[in-house]
Design a protein around this ligand. Structure first.
Ligand code: GLO
Ligand code: MG
Length: 346
């Protein structure tokens, strides 16, 4: 496996999940946060991702002072374990205040709640030592087109982002687009939408993106091209690698599980554009299959990292000179077979 690689890896506590789905209960017992942190370290990962309430549980019931105190305790725990926080993300989809959306709710009280909670998340991020606030805009969209005005929703989101940018001079917002689920249609479904909306904010330089493989596939787009697009703007600040079998519910399969060639193409574009050279992490937003037994509850994370590193080797050993010749001769048929045989190995 590629040992001389520049990559740093992370996952979030939610990636060690218990197997519940909308049709059935959990299939594995829950694990404590401390256990998850210990496993992260043992698996050779470098950082953890945090929702605001992964960092400070029951955040809505706590005072600002209490939140700061608990965030500082967590920071110490991470320091002691030699780990860091990659990002913090406000979880704006669980509370009764976010039923009709967060920043784009039709109720001004709910919009206020979403902005206040985002500000608290920024405070937590600062204490944990990360300048990245991830915004997966789960409920910013509609089930019903007539329920909201699309243009007004964009204005509301930009106003919310501006307030976050004003709250802290250093914070960077990494928008994680996803076209659907839980909404029928999301307002920021692709990287192009995320980067376009960045331009409307008070500080476009501090608004970038996070790409997730499955979300690109759900939008009918090629994840490798989406990565290349964001990197062309210097705006790929984080990455959720996983896999997805076509247009259905969000699957969060292990990286490479469905489309190995697509995974190779993602790794190749990351290598070509030196992802990670500005401190960016490779995160695996993957879940165990529901059928996974408790004793194998970490396999999907370890496997995703192994596959990634194997594909780094494959990207580096790909015969670029031979590929160039085939491209010059417009012999894409031979190029296609060359890629297949390279991936199949000897
Ligand atoms: C869901 C998203 C979700 C986010 C996470 C961080 O589809 O991928 O897992 O990445 O909540 O904001
Ligand atoms: Mg994700």
């Amino acid at each position: 496996m590629a040992t001389n690689h520049p990559y740093k890896f992370c996952f979030g506590p939610w990636n060690i999940s218990e197997g519940a789905d909308p049709y059935g209960p959990t299939t594995r017992p829950p694990q404590t946060f401390d256990w998850k942190l210990e496993q992260l370290k043992k698996l050779g990962f470098d950082a953890m991702m945090f929702h605001d309430d992964d960092a400070v549980p029951d955040i809505d019931t706590k005072s600002a002072v209490q939140i700061r105190k608990e965030a500082k305790e967590l920071k110490k725990k991470l320091d002691d374990a030699g780990l860091v926080a990659e990002m913090v993300a406000p979880r704006l989809w669980f509370s009764p205040m976010t039923i009709d959306g967060a920043y784009t709710s039709n109720d001004p009280k709910c919009r206020r709640y979403a902005i206040d909670r985002s500000r608290r998340s920024i405070d937590i991020a600062k204490i944990l030592g990360t300048d990245i606030l991830v915004l997966w805009l789960a409920r910013e969209g509609t089930y019903l087109r007539e329920a909201k005005k699309g243009r007004r929703s964009i204005v509301l989101m930009v106003e919310a982002f501006d307030q976050m940018l004003a709250h802290d001079k250093k914070i960077r917002l990494a928008i994680e687009p996803k076209p659907n689920e839980p909404m029928d249609h999301a307002y920021l479904p692709t990287i192009g939408h995320a980067l376009a909306v960045a331009q409307l904010t008070r500080d476009p330089k501090r608004v970038g993106a996070l790409i997730e493989t499955a979300h690109c596939i759900l939008a009918g787009l090629d994840p490798a091209d989406e990565i290349a697009f964001a990197m062309s703007f210097g705006k790929l600040w984080s990455l959720h690698l996983n896999d997805q079998n076509g247009l259905k519910y969000d699957q969060d399969k292990p990286f490479g599980s469905t489309n190995l060639r697509g995974a190779f193409d993602q790794v190749r574009v990351l290598e070509q554009n030196k992802y990670g050279s500005r401190g960016e992490y490779v995160c695996f937003d993957v879940h165990p299959f529901r059928t996974t037994k408790p004793e194998h509850t970490l396999a999907h994370l370890d496997n995703s990292r192994r596959t990634f590193l194997r594909l780094v080797e494959k990207a580096r050993s790909f015969d670029e000179t031979a590929a160039k010749k085939l491209i010059a001769a417009r012999d894409y048929q031979a190029l296609d077979q060359m890629v297949i045989e390279h991936l199949l190995g000897k």
